[in-house]
Write a protein of this length. Structure first.
Length: 422
């Protein structure tokens, strides 16, 4: 009954959702492309192979899923990937190309989901991290499509939200076949929501199983020429408020390090124009990667306003601040920075990476600060101490290696539980 009420409310609000999509598309045209996918209208898939549907909400989840997708493709499964955002689709297209089918996910209404499933005919839905949609899971269960949560996590904030709606949450979770979770704390929260321990496994995070791109060294060397020997400070996945802070930090640091340049990669590149105005307000000079502008001796900020190149610029940086962490957004993926070999500084809002952040902090593999003043102090100390930076970088890389293995555990569980032939 509660799910039906949820469905009714969703259907009533659908015009509002569509208007919001249209407004977002004015800044990011991907939101108005292939809109039919969101209603379940995708080409019918005709294949003799088993079909696996893998849903990853946006760019970070899509990147994390790539090693698993590579394994499944090698075993001759057909893979249908869905995303909610253009950034997610772009990452899938860039890394996997036409080896997978790539669509926007249908809206969480029974008719749309049923239409989508009838056209791709999956044997299983693998959904990443916290993408739990009541009608999608209900329709899958009704059509004998197993649903598995991969790389699952449940922050304290999300847990409290699910607890408020037990009549909607518990039936949804009971229909799930298996949950592969990042840490015991995530498992405990799902257990408190009513999930039987027999349907959960702590696998760790498959994000630890990421690998550097095959062209990493070549492209890093090519990009290094852009900076003409200058020292590089990185600010990645930043949000409003964090850019202003980083410009102020940069201005203080540049008084001591005249050849310092700030590479700034906003979380949402559609904000590039607003960021360029902010650069000017701080009386700084910027160039744009998208416009392929040339760095000069006067350039202060290199705006990385394209997708898909972040890891290469991490490789050029002595130090990186990872955004979404000095505001209450829960942080963003800092493991790419560790993999690329840069020292990492974050704010203390890291609930999206709770277990991973704990592992890094326990190994002193990253610096976590609580205030803007502490951020400046930590960055100054790290930039002035190459040995400390190198030590932190080494510990971060070793932490990545020690925590690897989640992908193998996921593969084994899929094989043992669902006979998918892995």
């Amino acid at each position: 009954m509660v799910r039906r009420l949820y469905t009714f409310v969703f259907a009533i609000l659908l015009p509002v959702v569509l208007i919001r999509q249209l407004v977002r598309s004015l800044r990011e045209k991907g939101y108005r492309q292939q809109i039919q996918h969101r209603f379940g209208f995708v080409p019918k898939l005709t294949s003799d192979n088993q079909v696996i549907w893998l849903h990853a909400v946006s760019a970070g989840e899509s990147i994390a899923a790539i090693p698993l997708v590579e394994k499944l493709l090698a075993l001759n499964f057909d893979i249908v990937m869905t995303n909610m955002t253009p950034a997610g689709r772009q990452q899938v297209n860039q890394h996997l190309g036409d080896r997978v089918l790539n669509y926007y996910a249908p809206y969480d209404l029974p008719g749309f989901v049923a239409r989508f499933i009838s056209r791709i005919r999956p044997c299983v839905l693998l959904t990443m991290e916290t993408e739990l949609w009541p009608n999608t899971i209900h329709v899958c269960a009704a059509q004998s499509v197993a649903v598995m949560l991969i790389n699952g996590r449940l922050s304290e904030k999300s847990y409290q939200g699910y607890r408020r709606w037990p009549a909607l949450t518990l039936p949804m979770l009971e229909k799930m076949s298996w949950l592969a979770l990042q840490s015991p704390s995530h498992m405990a929260r799902f257990s408190n929501l009513g999930v039987a321990e027999s349907r959960m496994t702590v696998t760790g995070s498959i994000k630890f199983d990421q690998r550097l791109p095959a062209d990493f060294e070549d492209r890093k060397a090519r990009f290094n020429c852009l900076f003409q020997g200058r020292r590089v400070l990185m600010a990645a996945s930043t949000h409003p408020g964090e850019e202003k802070l980083m410009f102020e930090v940069y201005q203080s640091l540049k008084k001591e390090i005249p050849d310092l340049i700030l590479v700034l990669a906003p979380r949402h590149i559609k904000r590039s124009s607003a960021i360029e105005k902010l650069v000017a307000e701080h009386q700084l000079q910027s160039v744009s990667r998208y416009r392929q502008e040339v760095v000069t001796a006067d350039t202060d900020v290199y705006l990385l306003d394209v997708m898909g190149e972040l890891i290469y610029f991490y490789g050029l940086s002595e130090l990186a601040f990872i955004g979404g962490s000095l505001i209450p957004r829960g942080g963003h993926n800092f493991m790419e920075a560790a993999l690329a070999g840069t020292a990492i500084v974050c704010g203390d809002s890291l609930y999206n990476f709770e277990a991973i952040a704990e592992a890094f902090q326990a190994a002193a593999a990253m610096a976590v600060v609580e205030t803007p003043r502490a951020l400046l102090s930590e960055m100054r100390a790290l930039l002035s101490d190459p040995d400390r930076r190198a030590s932190m970088q080494a510990r971060a890389y070793q932490t990545m290696l020690k925590q690897q293995g989640a992908l193998q555990l996921v593969e084994a569980e899929l094989k043992n539980r669902f006979k998918l032939g892995i």
